[in-house]
Design a protein around this ligand. Structure first.
Ligand code: DQA
Length: 154
């Protein structure tokens, strides 16, 4: 049987993590964040498949293809979290739990960042906990999966 996998999906501008507005998003790169999630997942026998795109359609294509068979999805939608209705429809249709991550505390920032359109269709949100938020999100998804009986009988 193929090894179970967790998705780590990042939206627009998150390829710039580490150099983009470090006072807001810190200095850790996306590759380093994914490596940290991979370490946590592999301890549970779970692989990580990661994807970043600046295009909403590409994110949807990836999620449609890999989401339904995944353990779950750690998703930082970037600014699409504030207005990405097509991404929201995709998440609602996935059939697997998604935890939305925002590195910064969007509620303390500009008003346009206060609306989070994925909120009603995600399992939970991790907001304002820096890049470690990805690790918390992954831990939660792994926990949900284990409660479902994932990883048993291998
Ligand atoms: C972000 C917050 C968004 O408002 C912003 O557009 C981003 C990053 C975060 O991780 O804090 O690109 O999702």
């Amino acid at each position: 049987m193929a090894r179970p996998y967790l998705l780590v999906v990042n939206g627009p501008n998150l390829n710039r993590l580490g150099v983009r507005q470090p006072q807001v998003y810190g200095t850790e790169t996306l590759a380093s964040v994914v490596a940290r999630v991979r370490e946590v997942a592999s301890a549970e026998g779970v692989d990580v498949l990661d994807f970043q795109s600046n295009h909403e359609g590409a994110l949807i294509d990836f999620l449609q293809q890999h989401g339904p068979s995944s353990v779950g999805v750690v998703l930082n939608p970037g600014a699409l979290g504030h207005y990405g209705w097509a991404l929201r429809d995709c998440v609602a249709d996935l059939g697997r739990p998604v935890v939305e991550v925002h590195i910064s505390n969007v509620h303390r920032r500009e008003p346009f960042r206060h609306q989070l359109v994925l909120a009603p269709v995600v399992a939970g949100q991790v907001v304002g906990m820096g890049t470690t938020g990805y690790v918390w999100a992954a831990r939660h998804l792994l926990e949900l999966w284990k409660r479902e009986g994932g990883g048993e009988g291998e």
